[in-house]
Design a protein around this ligand. Structure first.
Ligand code: 3H9
Length: 705
């Protein structure tokens, strides 16, 4: 069996090297290995000091996240950390790469810490719905004070070695990257100085000023309370309060109890699901066997909001960008949009004028498609109209160099039809960015039937360079995200006509954890956009489908949302926060009467059940049709593109938590009055009949492999 912790004694120093690829997570074997090694060093009279390092690219990335939710295995990490700290010989942690969560807790249990200049330290447990549970909430404040400890634990951010040194989290920065050598040199230095055992649990200086610590805790508590429905931040604050008020051992007990509560919370399950799902989506089948094409130069057609955002995303990734527009005026506007983003960053001191100029030196513009002849990838972000897309793709076909990837940013048009309209369908792919394209993380990679696998692999590689979260989607109207959005938006409109107000629906959606409700969103984006789409689709709408006219009535008044001062809400001059509008409600009531609907009242739970059931049912259909590879792809799409609360994991994870039988029963009950809209997904029925959940499909080999 592979040894998880190597142990050897060299010149009176016990060397403990953790070897658990890829990131030295603290699995049961590592914990046991560490404990055995510390005990061996303690018992060996020839050992004068102990050095802990990690093999490979990390010190330790934290507890083994895969073990959470499984029966606990001894020894526990807190026990291992306590044993390290209790050692009667100086223990040094030598850190390179990530020292995160439990990894940093191990390091804080050591008596001294040295790190390479590229090391990354942090306590990111909050991002997994947890708190540092191996003494971190008690040791960090004793080492660096309550304020710095709370900042690390509540933000979960990773800090570099210089910042860690400034705050007192480490003692020394190594001069080279050879961590064994550097660690050993530091140990020898400490031994030559006669450095004593220095236990973090016994440190008092960082918390000496009680009033300052209490003020930091109070401020953090007020801040944590504002985080939409998150469970663990307030528990972290409680732990730091315990660190201030209680002896170390008692503080540890408080931490243990609160860690356990976090561990059992559905938020922990949701966030850890999101963590793995975000990594799983990267492994699309084509990425396993096809070699990506090289991308250095990119052409972006269209300098509107979307095109300019895409250009910025590409520039930020270090690519050369050529922006194409139909005339000089449009080109100037496109360039101005790009420049505005960088000027904004200068205003916020995130960029220097020189930095902006360096970036913009990689941007060229032209009204001539011939300027695209060197581009390795060309993406169009022009008007959403098939005739326009065909015309633009004909130009891309004509001027694009052989082997160039030709991409469309369409959000719902048929990418198969676009691909078939040119001479090289194998090079055509959908890259659906979300607005603002340089900020939003989601990138739907829409895979048409005839595309070459290496083009798909190229898209995933590009996403990595752009720091996007890519999700592989099949071709259908709206792909994964917009198709599901259209369904739950329709469910909201049904609820509106049935008796709920826009405000009640928005509040319900926010109470669930979304940052914004559907009607607020419509006012923000502009109601005219959806109106244009509805008009375009009117001819192809199923005549049997229930259609709610309220949004159209508002648009007919010119009420398009924030930009026109009123939409679903009224906006005072310059305000972005709306107030409910009695005139909107009058229209709603008139439409209810016209549709013969007797309005009824809904509880917030009624509203949530319908809204989410619509989302889940459509999500299941998207999976059943192979548009999404697995349920986790739907989850990642909704979390990163549509504001679904990450702590709930995504709609399919949420459905598993509620129970699929319950979801199906709800859908069947709603179908009594509208069987067409509420037709249950065949996949959902199959899973319920088999007693399985969506997660069981995440574990299967993907059907497209
Ligand atoms: C904790 O410590 C709790 C304690 O306080 C209390 C305990 C009592 N476990 O991200 P990558 C896998 S909570 C298991 O692609 P990168 C990951 O899934 C923990 N597996 O690489 C992936 O697997 P695969 C607190 C883990 O270089 C592979 O490693 N710690 C873990 O872009 C490579 O990962 C954290 O929250 C883990 N802890 O980034 C840190 N970490 O190849 C979480 C990673 O099969 N980890 N894997 O897809 C990270 O932030 C990043 O992975 C890291 C490397 C920065 C380390």
């Amino acid at each position: 069996m592979r040894t998880a912790v190597h142990y050897q004694v060299q010149d009176h120093v016990a060397l403990l090297a953790i070897d658990n690829p890829p990131v030295n997570a603290l699995s049961a074997a590592v914990r046991q290995g560490l404990l055995d090694a510390v005990n061996a060093a303690q018992a060996d009279d020839t050992v004068h000091a102990v050095l802990i390092t990690g093999v490979g690219k990390a010190f330790i990335a934290g507890a083994d996240i895969r073990e959470f939710g499984l029966p606990p295995q001894a020894p526990s990490l807190p026990d291992v950390c306590n044993a390290i700290e209790a050692c009667s010989k100086p223990v040094v942690a030598a850190i390179h790469g990530p020292a995160l969560g439990g990894g940093l807790e191990v390091a804080m249990s050591a008596h001294y810490r040295v790190a390479t200049s590229s090391a990354k330290l942090g306590l990111p447990e909050v991002q997994l719905g947890l708190l540092p549970g191996a003494g971190g909430t008690q040791r960090a404040p004793r080492l660096i004070g309550a304020q710095a400890a709370l900042d690390l634990m509540l933000s979960g951010r990773h800090i570099g070695a210089p910042e860690a040194l400034r705050m007192g989290l480490i003692d020394h920065i190594a001069t080279s990257d050879d961590i064994q050598l550097e660690g050993l040199a530091y140990v020898r230095h400490l031994l030559s100085e006669g450095a004593p055992v220095r236990r973090t649990s016994e440190q008092t200086h960082a918390m000496a000023d009680r009033a300052v610590q209490q003020a930091a805790i109070n401020a953090a508590r007020a801040d944590a309370a504002k985080r939409r429905g998150l469970f663990s931040p307030l528990k972290i604050v409680d732990c730091v309060q315990a660190a201030l008020d209680l002896p170390f051992a008692e503080g540890l007990r408080t931490e243990r109890a609160l860690f356990q509560q976090c561990l059992e919370s559905p938020q922990r399950a949701g966030l850890i699901h999101a963590f793995f799902a975000e990594r799983e989506v990267l492994k699309a089948p084509e990425t396993r066997y096809a070699k990506p094409r090289t991308i250095q130069q990119v052409g972006v057609i269209g300098g509107g909001t979307m095109g300019a955002g895409i250009a910025v995303a590409m520039l930020d990734a270090g690519l050369l960008v050529t922006l194409i527009e139909r005339d000089e005026a449009a080109l100037a506007q496109g360039r101005a949009r790009v420049e505005k983003v960088y000027d904004g960053q200068i205003a916020k001191s995130r960029l220097t004028p020189q930095g902006r100029d360096d970036i913009l030196a990689r941007l060229s513009t032209s009204t001539d498609y011939a300027a695209l002849s060197q581009a390795d990838l060309v993406i169009e972000a022009v008007f959403e109209d098939m005739a326009v897309k065909y015309a633009v793709f004909a130009q891309m076909d004509r001027y694009g160099k052989p082997g160039a990837v030709l991409a469309t940013n369409t959000s719902y048009l048929d990418v198969n039809a676009i691909a078939s309209s040119i001479s090289r369908p194998q090079d055509v792919i959908g890259l659906h960015f979300f607005s603002p394209a340089h900020i939003m993380k989601l990138l739907e990679i829409v895979v048409p039937a005839k595309v070459s696998p290496d083009v798909v692999a190229t898209a995933f590689e590009l996403a990595r360079r752009l720091k996007k979260v890519p999700v592989r989607a099949g071709v259908c109207d709206g792909f994964i995200g917009n198709r599901i959005l259209a369904t739950y938006r329709t469910a909201a409109d049904h609820l509106l006509e049935d008796g709920a107000s826009p405000d009640e629906i928005d509040q319900m959606v926010r109470a669930f954890g979304f940052p914004i409700g559907p009607y607020e969103m419509s006012d923000l984006a502009g109601g005219d956009i959806g109106w244009a789409t509805r008009k375009r689709r009117a001819a192809t709408r199923d005549p049997r489908a229930r259609y709610v006219h309220i949004a159209d009535r508002l648009c007919e008044q010119g009420w398009f949302g924030q930009k026109s001062g009123r939409g679903w809400y009224r906006y005072a001059e310059g305000s972005r926060t709306g107030t409910p509008d009695p005139e909107v409600m009058a229209i709603v009531e008139a439409e209810r009467a016209k549709a013969g609907v007797a309005p009824r009242s809904f509880t917030i739970e009624d509203l949530q059940r319908r809204y989410l059931a619509a989302m889940i049912n459509e999500g299941a259909k998207v999976i059943e049709e192979g548009i999404a590879l697995r349920p986790l792809d739907v989850d990642v799409t909704l979390v990163h593109g549509y504001g679904f609360p990450r702590h709930r994991g995504g709609p399919m994870k949420y459905a598993d938590q509620v129970g699929l039988a319950q979801i199906l029963a709800d859908i069947r009950a709603f179908a009594q009055t509208d069987p067409l809209f509420w037709k249950p997904s065949a996949l959902l029925i199959t899973l319920v009949e088999a007693g399985r959940d969506f997660d069981s499909l995440n574990k299967m080999e993907t059907p497209h492999a």
